[in-house]
Design a protein around this ligand. Structure first.
Ligand code: PMP
Length: 371
C-alpha cells in the first residue's frame, strides 16, 4: 500500500479519551548495560533452566486442554512463599490471586472496584502505570502528592483521602521511582479513612531493608486492603509475567467476576511454580543486590549527589540541570538508565558489580561533559 493509503489511528473510531495518547514503555534498546527497568540482572541458574525445561515438558503433552482456571496449586505455593517472607502472615491459597504480571492484577482491581463515575487516588511521584491503567479502565485519576523527601505524612494522607473520597487508593511501598518505603502508620492511617479499597503495591518488597515491614501484616481485619507483589523483580522472572496479590478471599471473589477465563497459561503456571521451588537460590541474589544498592547509594553521596533512601533494587539520584544531557551521554557509553520521576533526577536499576562499575565510570564522564 502506498503511504497516502495508510490508515492512521485517528481515522479509527477509537475512544475519545484514548486519542493523542502514546503507548507506555521504557525504551527496549540493545545496549551492554541495561539498567532502566528494575529487572534482576542475574539470569536463572543452569539448574533452574533445566527444571523449567522439565516443567514445561510436563505440561506440553496436555496443552490441548485449558489450564487450571483458578491456578489453585500456584496460589498455594505463592501463599507459602509469602508466609516465609512475612512470618505470621498466615496466608492460604484462598487469600492469594495471580495474573500475568502485577500490571494485570492492578487492571483487574480497577475493573472490579473502579470504572466510569469512580475515582482512584495515588501519591506522586509514583509508578506511572497506576494512573494509566486507572484511566484506561474508565476510572478518573486523582493525583495527590508525596512529601519533599518522597515519604508520606499520615496526616496529609488522611486529608487527601477525606477530601476526595476515592474508590481506590494506591500506596506504593517501596515506591517506584523513589525507592521510599512507607511506615505501617501511614498505611494504617489511610486504611482508617478510605471509603474504598486500599492497594499497597509491593513490587519491590523483597529488597526492603531489615526492619522495614510489609503491609501483609495488616491484612487480618482489613478486608479492603490488597497487597500486590510480582515475580518480575526479586524472583528474576520478568519474562514469565507473573504477578499476585494477597487479600481477603471476598476480594478474590470480586476479581473472579472480571478476570478472563484461563488467563494464566499452563506454561506460565508451571514455570512460576518451578521458580518458587528455587526461592532460596533466587533470594540469594536479592541479598547481593541489596548490598550493591547500599554501595551505590554511598558512592553517589560521596560524589556530592542527592540520593533518595532506597528499599528497592534501584536508586533515584540528582540533581542535574540537564538530566536529558546526562542520560544521553551515558547511553553513548552503553549505559541505559531511566529518565523518570521529578525533573532533575535520574533512576538507575541495581545491576551486577561489573554493571555498576560501568555505571559509575559513565556517570562521572557524562557529568563532566554536561557540566
Ligand atoms: N508495580 C510497580 C511499582 C512496578 O514498578 C512495576 C514494574 N515496573 C509493576 C508494578 C509491574 O510489574 P509486573 O507487571 O512485571 O509484575
Amino acid at each position: 500500500m502506498g503511504d497516502s493509503l495508510l490508515t492512521s489511528l485517528n481515522d479509527l473510531p477509537i475512544r475519545d479519551d484514548l486519542r493523542g495518547r502514546e503507548p507506555y514503555g521504557a525504551p527496549q534498546l540493545d545496549v551492554p548495560y541495561a539498567l532502566n527497568t528494575n529487572e534482576n540482572p542475574y539470569p536463572p541458574s543452569a539448574a533452574l533452566v533445566n527444571a523449567i525445561g522439565e516443567a514445561v515438558k510436563g505440561v506440553a503433552g496436555s496443552l490441548n486442554r485449558y489450564p487450571d482456571r483458578d491456578a489453585v496449586k500456584l496460589r498455594e505455593d505463592l501463599a507459602a512463599f509469602l508466609n516465609r517472607d512475612t512470618p505470621g502472615a498466615g496466608l492460604t491459597g484462598r487469600d492469594v490471586w495471580a495474573a500475568n504480571g502485577s500490571n494485570e492484577i492492578i487492571q483487574q482491581i480497577l475493573q472490579a472496584f473502579g470504572g466510569f463515575g469512580r475515582t482512584a487516588l495515588g501519591f506522586e511521584p509514583s509508578y506511572s502505570m497506576h494512573p494509566i491503567i486507572t484511566s484506561v479502565s474508565g476510572t478518573a485519576w486523582i493525583n495527590a502528592h508525596r512529601d519533599a523527601d518522597f515519604g508520606l505524612d499520615p496526616e496529609r494522607a488522611i486529608k487527601a483521602v477525606e477530601e476526595h473520597r476515592p474508590d481506590v487508593v494506591f500506596l506504593t511501598s517501596p515506591n517506584n521511582p523513589t525507592g521510599t518505603a512507607l511506615p505501617l502508620e501511614a498505611i494504617e492511617a489511610v486504611l482508617k479513612v478510605a471509603p474504598g479499597m486500599v492497594v499497597v503495591d509491593e513490587a519491590y518488597a523483597e529488597f526492603r531493608r531489615a526492619g522495614t515491614p510489609s503491609a501483609l501484616t495488616l491484612l487480618p481485619g482489613n478486608p479492603r486492603l490488597i497487597v500486590t507483589r510480582t515475580m518480575s523483580k526479586a524472583f528474576a522472572m520478568a519474562g514469565t509475567r507473573l504477578g499476585y496479590l494477597a487479600a481477603d478471599p471476598a476480594v478474590i471473589d470480586a476479581l473472579l467476576l472480571v478476570r478472563l477465563p484461563y488467563h494464566l497459561s499452563a506454561v506460565t503456571q508451571a514455570v512460576a511454580r518451578t521458580a518458587i521451588t528455587f526461592g532460596d537460590e533466587l533470594l540469594d541474589s536479592v541479598n547481593a543486590l541489596r548490598r550493591e544498592r547500599d554501595d551505590v547509594v554511598a558512592w553517589l553521596r560521596a560524589e556530592g549527589l542527592e540520593v533518595a533512601e532506597s528499599d528497592a533494587n534501584f536508586v533515584l539520584f540528582g540533581r542535574f540541570a540537564d538530566r536529558r544531557g546526562v542520560w544521553e551521554r551515558m547511553l553513548d557509553r552503553g549505559v541505559l538508565i531511566r529518565e523518570v520521576g521529578p525533573p532533575e533526577w535520574l533512576r538507575v536499576s541495581v545491576g551486577t558489580p561489573e554493571e555498576m562499575a560501568a555505571f559509575r565510570t559513565a556517570l562521572k564522564e557524562a557529568s563532566k561533559e554536561v557540566g
